[in-house]
Every structure is written in structure tokens, then in C-alpha cells.
Design a protein around this ligand. Structure first.
Ligand code: SF4
Length: 252
């Protein structure tokens, strides 16, 4: 898609803003400074691949049938009522971005703005995530952004384990079909799911884990950065983590 001057300016501005806030002036230099109506239809139950789950590394390129399967997941999510979260949602949020993305971001769950629009990461934290993506030299259409649960938990509470378990087959199938080269886990909820540990996020962030042959990088959730807006150290840590992801993807 051809970008107009305003789009290009917004991309550059987002990149510069994030890098500047993260204290990455040296990077700037090298960059040239540059339903609530009637009951929904019955949800089909999506089965996750039987355990143990096979490695996804080195599989052949995605097929047309697999791209079609991803569209089917979106349709199933939109009418899903496998867990109680469907009762209070306005719109379910399957995810968005490239269906053959080499980089996938997984957050916790939709918030108020996401619930209203049916799109992931469109609120304030989402705007920051999109700045980070631009700073990583990716266009947001190139990556895939989704969440552990596809419907908004009330009052933005942390999803319950049963809700994550009910929703996880959708996420697992998305990963299996997209087969990203790297996954970034945004915050404690997805990190606890993929890389269970008793350690806090400060210890776990910045260290690659493994999900079926795919490197997974835990880092802080953008909303945590916003809650700690004046803390440059947290921004620096997130930027360090993203630089490791960029290096693995050959984007540095
Ligand atoms: Fe279905 Fe997931 Fe929404 Fe629960 S959160 S109703 S499992 S799509």
C-alpha cells in the first residue's frame, strides 16, 4: 500500500518519539536523524493440536488453505461464547496484521477502545506499541498483533486462567498458521502462559524463551510504560529487548 506524505511523517514521528523517550539518541544518529443483542450463534469449538505440540520451526511456507483457515478463526472468534467474557463484550478482537508476519506481538486482552473498535492495541498503550513497532523498522501491516483473550475482561481485569484456557486454542492456531519467526510477549499475562516462572517480569524480560521452536521475547506491556511515564530506565529496557528481536530478524 502506497503511503502518503502524512503517513510517512506519522511513522517517522512515532519512531523518533519512542527512541527519544527511550533515551536512544545514539540510534537516532545512526538512523540519519531521520453484542449485546440477542444470543449469538453457537460457537464452534476449536481444538488445539494434541499435546505434546510439535515444533513449528522449519515448516514450509504458508499455504492458501492456511491463510483461509486464519480467516475462519477470525469468524469463529467474532461469534465465540466459549467463556463468560462474551457476555460483556461489544466486539471480539481476533487480531490484525500480516497473516504471514515474521514478528508477532501478544498482549493480555482487549481494553475499552479495542472492545469498541474490534481492533487490538488502538488505545493509548496501542499507540505506544505502534511507535515501538515503527522504531523497530517495521510497518504495523508487516507484523501480527493479538492478545491472550479475544474479548475484554470487565474493568480491564487480568483474564482468569479458565478464560485463557478457553481462548488459547485460537491463539495456538494463529501461531501455528502464521508461524512467526519471533514472538514478543507483552507483559506478565502472556509471559506466564508461555514461559511459566515464579520470577518477576524484571528478571524474565530481555531473555529469549522458546515456544515450539519459535524464539519468544518477554518484555513489559506498553501500559506499564505509560503508568511509569517518567521512568526512562523501563523504556530503555523495552528498547534493549526489542533490539535483541531486531538483531534476530536481521533488522539492526
Ligand atoms: Fe471466546 Fe475467547 Fe471471547 Fe472467551 S475470550 S468468548 S474463549 S473469543
Amino acid at each position: 500500500m502506497k503511503k502518503n506524505a502524512a503517513d510517512i511523517w506519522e511513522d517517522l514521528k512515532g519512531q523518533v518519539d519512542f527512541l527519544s523517550e527511550a533515551g536512544a539518541g545514539f540510534v537516532l544518529k545512526t538512523e540519519g536523524n531521520a453484542d449485546r443483542g440477542g444470543p449469538p450463534p453457537e460457537s464452534p469449538r476449536l481444538e488445539a493440536t494434541a499435546s505434546p505440540l510439535p515444533s513449528l520451526a522449519g515448516l514450509p511456507a504458508q499455504t492458501a488453505a492456511e491463510r483461509k483457515a486464519l480467516e475462519e478463526i477470525d469468524k469463529q472468534v467474532l461469534v465465540c461464547r466459549l467463556c463468560p467474557l462474551h457476555r460483556l463484550r461489544t466486539k471480539a478482537v481476533p487480531g490484525e496484521g500480516s497473516r504471514s508476519a515474521e514478528l508477532m506481538f501478544i498482549g493480555e486482552g482487549p481494553g475499552r477502545d479495542e472492545d469498541a473498535q474490534g481492533r487490538p492495541f488502538v488505545g493509548r498503550a496501542g499507540q505506544l506499541l505502534r511507535k515501538i513497532i515503527a522504531a523497530m523498522k517495521f510497518h504495523e501491516d508487516e507484523v501480527y498483533i493479538t492478545n491472550m483473550v479475544k474479548c475484554r475482561p470487565p474493568d480491564n481485569r487480568i483474564p482468569h486462567r479458565e478464560e485463557e484456557e478457553a481462548c488459547s486454542p485460537y491463539l495456538i492456531r494463529q501461531i501455528e498458521l502464521i508461524r512467526p519467526r519471533v514472538i514478543v510477549l507483552l507483559g506478565k499475562t502472556p509471559t506466564d502462559w508461555f514461559l511459566p516462572s515464579r520470577q518477576g517480569m524484571t528478571s524474565r524480560r530481555g531473555h529469549f524463551g522458546d515456544y515450539r521452536g519459535i524464539p519468544v521475547m518477554p518484555t513489559f506491556h506498553p501500559s506499564y510504560l505509560i503508568r511509569n511515564e517518567g521512568n526512562r530506565e523501563i523504556k530503555r529496557m523495552v528498547w534493549d529487548d526489542m533490539q535483541k528481536v531486531m538483531a534476530l530478524l536481521g533488522r539492526k
